[in-house]
Ligand binder design. Structure first.
Ligand code: SF4
Ligand code: SF4
Length: 317
């Protein structure tokens, strides 16, 4: 499957991959890719870094959650080390920078497919576990049958609706569920309620779980879509930082696209700040900024590194 919104690039890769005997399906965005993936069960995925709807890394996490072994290869316009690391951290098996050397790309694809075939052959059939009722997400443990929750071994009281949300997310762990699905499945009726009600419920649950992106949150927002409960022990999200060029421009383009409302205006400083405890590392705010003021924490240019501390101090007030 080729996930790419640029038709010319997609055509080029598709033509050459088809010459090697593969059948190619396509998706023009991340959400379409997730949908097509469950329908088409591709043997491998070429994934663009920049997609029109959600970041490529987010699409990669969702695809990886759906299938733990299918090869995912980023085909990206960025050739820097930090992007490569972020792509692999998101669950990709490989990262190839554009312009691609097509023979090398095909060779990598075939090598990954061979590896998966070998792994699959070796994999012993796993007995269905009695662990079906117990689910663990980071330090959160859920007993679905007894409707009990504990965090770090300490029992937790959840309201019925909060438990229903957690149960629904737990039964779909690793998969992005939309706000509409939550409304339907958790509230239990086609209610005329706003998606804000879902966000409020998620916030309450997160607070009770003591969950948050900065400490490696298990309940994460999927930009423009909904939420996902992470499997295993997720890594803390990296915060983005707004720097000097924002001063006086303040056009709020970043605020409009942030899926978790973590960008705050500060009139005294005449700029915006990103709450490092809430930022989910989605990168959606970077491209809309007209003055290139926003960077991941570890990529802030040397001359503006003091903004990391200024930003953090602002939220300690
Ligand atoms: S501040 Fe930027 S990177 Fe952080 S959650 Fe908001 S849009 Fe995503
Ligand atoms: S988009 Fe850029 S300039 Fe506009 S408020 Fe955000 S950081 Fe400042």
């Amino acid at each position: 499957m080729i996930v790419e919104d640029d038709a010319t690039t997609a055509d080029l890769i598709a033509e050459l991959v088809e010459q090697e005997g593969f059948t190619v399906s396509r998706a023009g965005g991340g959400l379409q890719a997730v949908e097509a993936f469950t329908r088409d069960h591709p043997v491998a995925v070429f994934l663009d870094w920049v997609l029109p709807d959600i970041p490529g890394t987010e699409a990669c996490r969702s695809l990886r959650a759906l299938d733990g072994i299918v090869p995912i290869i980023f085909v990206s316009g960025r050739d820097d080390e930090a992007s490569t690391i972020r792509g692999l951290d998101a669950g990709a098996d490989d990262y190839v920078a554009k312009p691609v050397r097509i023979r090398e790309l095909i060779a990598r694809l075939e090598a990954h497919i061979r590896k998966v075939a070998t792994l699959t052959e070796r994999q012993a059939a796993e007995p269905a576990g009695e662990q079906e009722r117990m689910r663990r997400f980071g330090d959160v443990e859920v007993d679905l049958a007894a409707r009990l929750v504990s965090v770090d071994g300490q029992p937790l009281n959840l309201a019925p609706l909060e438990f229903s949300l957690l149960e629904y997310l737990a039964r779909n762990a690793g998969v992005a569920v939309s706000r509409d699905q939550i409304m339907r499945e958790v509230y239990g009726f086609a209610a005329e309620i706003s998606t804000e009600r879902v966000d409020q419920l998620v916030r309450r649950l997160r607070t009770k779980l003591g969950d948050g992106p900065k400490r490696g949150g298990v309940l994460v927002a999927v930009p423009g879509y909904g939420y996902r409960l992470e499997q295993g022990s997720p890594q803390p999200a990296m915060a983005y930082v707004i720097t000097q060029p924002c001063v006086s421009i303040k056009d709020a383009s970043c605020v409009e696209v942030c899926p978790v409302d973590c960008i705050h205006s500060d009139d005294a400083a005449d700029m915006y700040f990103i709450d490092p405890d809430e930022c989910i590392d989605c990168g959606a705010c970077v491209d809309p900024c007209p003055v290139d003021a926003i960077f991941p924490e570890d990529e802030v240019p040397e001359e503006w590194r003091n903004f990391i501390q200024i930003n953090a101090d602002y939220f300690k007030k």
